[in-house]
Design a protein around this ligand. Structure first.
Ligand SMILES: *Cc1c(COP(=O)(O)O)cnc(C)c1O
Length: 344
């Protein structure tokens, strides 16, 4: 078997949910959009429900339908994109709870599915999703008379605790919602860490559950081992890979491992990262190609059967830092070709 092997630690996932839940006095949901940040929504949501999560959020209604099939009736499934044209049957058949973002969505929802639970998303300054303060002021009374189950907004800079945007959005959210007498939600992972003022009634962590920053105490959830397909000796002056970007300056041993940019190992990482044999880092050399990475294993004693990209020595965020992105992008790029196993 030559595909990479992804091991997903569901016990760590559940522990991260509990650890985030313990940081607030409020209820804690679980955000499982984008196939649970790439780790697999079925097993992830099942483990999170067992840990105690009773509300889940996805980005779009189709994800909500998949999630409902995995977790069964009961838990709330919130849909951040709200109620789009064409979503009505999905929302009804899978009992989804759209977070309505616009006047059009409100009209659509009230007309198509009166009585179906919904929430309202407000824009407190990020200018991405949700009703603007003026729209909300105009609609408020009617909207509240329809009994929304949640009023939510989202922070733009919560991963920077000192950012002035945080208190600014907090004030805007409080101003828009303080006399609504409804459950409120403002914080994702970053907001939970900003402290109790930001918690309201429901927290919505995503990335921290999956072991990512800014939740520094998170346990790692993914491990990725890549099989070595071939190794070879190269002489001083020989080059490795597309474009001859790496030249041996000493007699070297090169291992070729089975994963590449088609598996989410971004090409921009070329020559900027290492794989591990146990505790020993082995630098990736030359360009990352579609299905293969070449690795300098000259300093290893033995011949490794596989090399580890994510494991105890290197996290998803380490790799994200190396290429100038965030753990979220690395996780949600995890390849469909990997064989996956889930441990509990
Ligand atoms: C993605 C998302 C979350 C979860 O964010 P994390 O930073 O991953 O914790 C919460 N709320 C909304 C609206 C989101 O889009």
């Amino acid at each position: 078997m030559s595909s990479g092997h992804l091991t997903i630690d569901l016990a760590a996932l559940a522990a991260n949910w509990r650890a985030l839940d313990a940081k607030t006095a409020c209820e804690t949901a679980a955000v499982v959009k984008a196939d649970a940040y790439g780790i697999g929504v079925g097993p992830a949501a099942t483990a999170l429900a067992q840990a105690g999560a009773r509300r889940f959020f996805v980005a779009v209604a189709e994800e909500g339908a998949t999630l409902r099939q995995a977790i069964g009736p009961g838990p709330m499934i919130g849909v951040f994109s709200g109620h789009m044209e064409g979503d009505t049957a999905l929302i009804r058949d899978h009992d989804l709870t759209p977070m309505l973002n616009t006047v059009d969505q409100m009209l659509r929802h009230a007309e198509a599915l009166p009585g179906q639970r919904f929430g309202i998303q407000l824009d407190s300054g990020m200018n991405r999703l949700g009703l603007e303060p003026a729209e909300w002021a105009a609609l408020r009374e009617v909207a509240l008379s329809l009994d929304p189950v949640l009023i939510m907004s989202h922070l733009a800079c919560a991963d920077e605790p000192e950012h002035e945007m945080n208190p600014k959005q907090l004030r805007a959210f409080v101003e828009m919602t303080e006399d609504c007498n409804l459950p409120r939600s403002l914080s994702a992972t970053g907001g939970i860490l900003l402290g109790p003022d930001y918690h309201f009634d429901l927290a919505r962590p995503g990335v921290g559950l999956y072991g990512g920053q800014p939740f520094a105490e998170a346990q790692p959830v993914v491990r990725l081992d890549l099989p070595v397909i071939q190794q070879r000796a190269v002489e001083v002056g020989e080059t490795v890979g597309y474009g001859n970007t790496w030249t041996a300056t000493r007699p070297s041993r090169i291992a070729t491992v089975a994963a590449g940019y088609a598996d989410g190992i971004l090409r921009g990482l070329s020559s900027k990262f290492s794989l591990y044999d146990g505790d020993t880092p082995c630098p990736a050399v030359g360009r990352v190609s579609m299905d293969l990475i070449t690795v300098d294993i000259t300093d290893l004693e033995g011949d490794p059967a596989f090399l580890t990209l994510f494991g105890p020595q290197q996290t998803v965020d380490d790799i994200a830092d190396a290429v100038g992105t965030i753990g979220y992008e690395i996780l949600t790029s995890l390849g469909a070709r990997y064989t996956r196993s889930y441990t509990e």
